[in-house]
Design a protein around this ligand. Sequence first.
Ligand code: NAD
Length: 482
Amino acid sequence: MQQGFTQTIDGRGEGSPTSFDVINPATGEAFARCPDATSEQLDRAVAAARRAFLAWRGTSQEQRRAALQAFGAAVRERTDEIAALLTREQGKPLQRAKEEIQRALANLEGIVANRLETEVLRDDARGRVEIQHHPLGVIGAITPWNVPILLAMPKIAQALYTGNTIVLKPSPYTPLTTLLLGEIARDAFPAGVVNILAGGNDFGRWMTEHAGIDKISFTGSVATGKRVMASAAATLKRVTLELGGNDAAIVLDDVDVKAIAPKLFWAAFGNSGQICQAIKRLYVHENVYDALCDALVAIAGSVRIGEGFEEGVLLGPVQNRMQYERVLELLADTKRQPGVRILCGGDALPRPGYFIAPTIVADIAEGTRLVDEEPFGPVLPVLRFRDVDDALRRANDSRFGLAGSVWSADEARAKAVAEQLEVGTAWINHHLGVEADVPFGGFKESGIGREYGIDGLRHYSEVRAVSRPLFPPRPAAPGAKP
Ligand code: NAD
């Protein structure tokens, strides 16, 4: 049992009076204990972040960029150690864990290359008005368990780069790698600038209620996002909510099936389907439907599933028991639907841990749980269409609106369809990924606000108009003495 993981509060490492088990999803067994933060520790972390804010907000953007880059370099040096722990706590293959860290570091570099500058709105006969971006104060960041480092890093980078300080809480399912980030942050930033505490859902609620936190940057499910927003209302905290998705990919009739099948497969099954913007509904034109289903099934059959440390493994387990049971429940419901065909998979693998075989479901339609809900597991429903307007209407008929994609040999045709998707990101012949200079976020119940890009930085800032109006002299009143 691995012990000794510490939280970061006011620049120092701290345990907690109590701790909880962290489970390896590939075995279903506990492999480490994690400190379970108290509300007193949260109070101290917030107080430290408030104190640190007073000096940190006065540093220049260049100083903050340099500090974040030094932090990134220190994280890079420990990539192998963090990646191994990520595989153990999250379940993903080791190579994918390394890629997650590398992508997170590339995003950090990209974020600090973005520039949120003071804008001069006017400087003329009416006076001079500057639009300045002022940091908010203490950011409370809350992350989920699917890509813990990839999601924690941009929150730290955006919060700090805009002059805020941060108190961050990872998911209790995958807390350990984020605690390591905190350990590294102790040497990279002044005490109190970065605080990382581990706790469960109650701890998250305490953060949303805390009067010393100015904004919550939350990534997680729609249901929790709504709770976060309701709770943040009491102190009028700003919120950014990056929530779930049920992304549709629409495949037109002119595609090269062989060429796109691997791209579609990995956009649906990468990280065992546990990506907010993974393809979760695949709409395929009837002319290419059977060929594409066959190609996807062939890929599913060739992919090695297993423990992330095994050579050649490309897909790991579902991350936790609750999610595993939920996906199996959706599969049981799917099997009860008349006419639905399970083309491959459909069951848990007969081994310890939370493994589910990659599952492709054909001849399924809206009105079923698998299509209407976000499965967040290795299961893909493939829906048939004849008319592209019908596919668009069905794709948009969802309370989610995170991302989507359109696939065609004719890029202009694909773009015309993509522009009608009610989503925060619409891809053409591609699906998945974030870029540090491109704003990312959801329409509808997939979220509020944006991360990444200049829009992302704006969401970590308050706008202040600094105005020196020059009013024209008033005309003298009739009869007034000069
Ligand atoms: P979750 O909502 O259950 O938990 C997310 C985090 O919120 C955890 O740290 C949890 O402890 C905390 N939490 C739980 N209850 C809380 C409360 N009342 N107040 C404050 N915090 C609370 O989500 P999950 O199951 O960990 O993650 C999966 C979900 O995250 C999926 O829906 C997925 O689509 C979504 N997600 C979205 C994005 C995005 O960028 N849009 C990225 C990754 C994952």
